[in-house]
Design a protein around this ligand. Structure first.
Ligand code: NI
Length: 179
């Protein structure tokens, strides 16, 4: 019998955001395939570009191993970028930004309430710097979440994880997965 890990249900769960077409996007649309979820903002000067470049490299490694990446139901893993700066990042802008790093990405945004609720469910911290006018930065957690095809949290990768490590760990989780 596999133990139900304590806290497994505590990360992720139902959310409602908006996709590049202006349509509602929920966790339901990620079911049936693996996903990685990263929160950031398109004007992030360094951390987000570094992390998304790294994730793109991990996705390319997985593709070389025959794993498919993208939003289609036949694909194996969907990378998701969620903006925590919805005041400046429209859903379309978030999507275009994420797709610069890997075409398989889905970029999402929404109202501040929607983004706050989603960040809360993933236990993601973010805080806008209110002191610097329109050129503000947003301090935020640097975590990539791996979610299984049932929408359950599988594991997370921090800033120190390399692309090769992330790819190997995702593949390991995929191979070990039993419904
Ligand atoms: Ni960032």
């Amino acid at each position: 019998m596999r133990p139900k890990t304590v806290g497994k249900a505590a990360i992720g769960g139902p959310f409602e955001l908006v996709d590049a077409d202006g349509k509602v996007f929920t966790e339901q649309q990620l079911l049936g395939r693996w996903s990685i979820v990263y929160f950031g903002f398109t004007m992030c000067p360094d951390i987000c570009p570094e992390e998304l470049t790294k994730l793109s490299e991990a996705l390319q490694i997985l593709q070389k191993h025959g794993r498919t990446i993208g939003s289609d139901d036949t694909y194996t893993l969907t990378p998701v970028f969620i903006s925590i700066d919805p005041e400046r990042d429209s859903p379309a802008r978030s999507d275009e930004y994420a797709k610069n790093f890997h075409a398989g990405f889905i970029g999402l945004s929404g109202s501040m309430d929607q983004v706050q609720a989603t960040a809360k469910s993933y236990r993601v911290y973010f805080s806008k710097d209110e002191t610097s006018g329109d050129d503000y930065l947003v301090d935020h957690s640097i975590i990539t979440y791996l979610m299984d095809p049932k929408g359950n949290f599988s594991e997370f990768y921090g800033k120190n994880a390399t692309a090769a490590e992330i790819a190997a760990r995702i593949e390991g989780k995929m191979l070990a997965y039993r419904e």
